[in-house]
Write a protein that binds this ligand. Sequence first.
Ligand SMILES: C[C@@](CO)(OP(=O)(O)O)[C@H](O)COP(=O)(O)OP(=O)(O)OC[C@H]1O[C@@H](n2ccc(N)nc2=O)[C@H](O)[C@@H]1O
Ligand SMILES: Nc1ncnc2c1ncn2[C@@H]1O[C@H](COP(=O)(O)OP(=O)(O)O)[C@@H](O)[C@H]1O
Length: 315
Amino acid sequence: MGSILQKLAPAKINLSLDVLGRRSDGYHQVEMIMQTIDLFDKVSVRRRDDDSFCLYGGNDEAPPEASNLVYKTALLVKQIKGQQSGLDIFLDKKIPVAAGLAGGSSDAAAMMKLLNKLWNLNCSAQEMELLLAKLGSDIPFLVQGGTALATGRGEILQALPAAPAFWVILIKPSFGVSTPKVYQALQAPLWVEQSHTASGAIRGAHTVAMLKALEQGSYSAMIAALGNELEKVTIEWHPQLEEYKQYLLDQGCDQALMSGSGPTIMGFVQQEKKAREIASSIAEKVTSQGCNIFVARSLVKEEEKNWNVDSYPSS
Ligand SMILES: C[C@@](CO)(OP(=O)(O)O)[C@H](O)COP(=O)(O)OP(=O)(O)OC[C@H]1O[C@@H](n2ccc(N)nc2=O)[C@H](O)[C@@H]1O
Ligand SMILES: Nc1ncnc2c1ncn2[C@@H]1O[C@H](COP(=O)(O)OP(=O)(O)O)[C@@H](O)[C@H]1O
């Protein structure tokens, strides 16, 4: 048994999300501005003396063993990089599952970074992103973190200057939603690849507006530009999400929006104190309806070194 390496895996939210069309490969062509926040899972790894992978922790919803994204990541890296040691993998889940917060994707990105260190792989961030795109469209962004523009099916990234700092109050209902079902329900027109490649320009209305707002570096411009095309599908299925948005707005949030395919609803404010006050004022009401509530702040990419790989002796 060696030392344990551990890494925090942050949740993501979508500041903008546009769907340009349905692709022939089963995915949708998207344009999104993504942002990491300080709601974390924790992934830890330790070498085993044999060559098996053993996964501990997780929760009822995060699937066990081979179907878990941390396990899949280890298997993929082992296949591509050749035989390596067995692993004990510990997964401490704080990010709600199937919530639109990409907890599973972030666990996979954290696992890749841990293996890069444990197995001395010397993979660049770009290599890790390319490899992990096989396991999920959102994972490459979680390798980068901070604020970024994601295009293609979400795996093509362009880092952006940090968004103006903000806090979010997250309301996560007791149910999850299926990302493929939400995309399907949009009934988006067929995507014609060439028209995009020819112009190369960003055309999703929410993303164009958000890019402009981020260029200005203004919190109020960012708030005005928030938008998510998948909201209409998930909110039609679960109308109570509109009520949760209203709770947040009534308590003084500057804007409220769903993250990703949902169902997590986020209320935006600039100050931590206000975020915590709003969260306390609605906590009883939303928890009595089966929701969980979280308060988190936006992260900047450079902060990652503070919660990167830590090493400590095993007991
Ligand atoms: C909607 C978003 C927004 O950030 O996030 P979540 O709500 O899942 O957090 C993402 O596009 C989710 O990305 P991710 O969760 O990685 O999806 P993947 O595992 O790659 O794909 C799962 C399935 O979702 C559908 N899918 C996903 C991405 C995409 N651009 N088009 C799609 O149609 C496909 O049916 C695909 O088989
Ligand atoms: N480590 C993991 N954590 C969470 N979900 C996982 C994990 N590994 C695999 N999954 C599966 O991936 C699905 C989506 O996970 P998650 O990242 O939480 O969703 P979303 O991107 O919608 O927030 C879940 O339904 C779950 O079964």
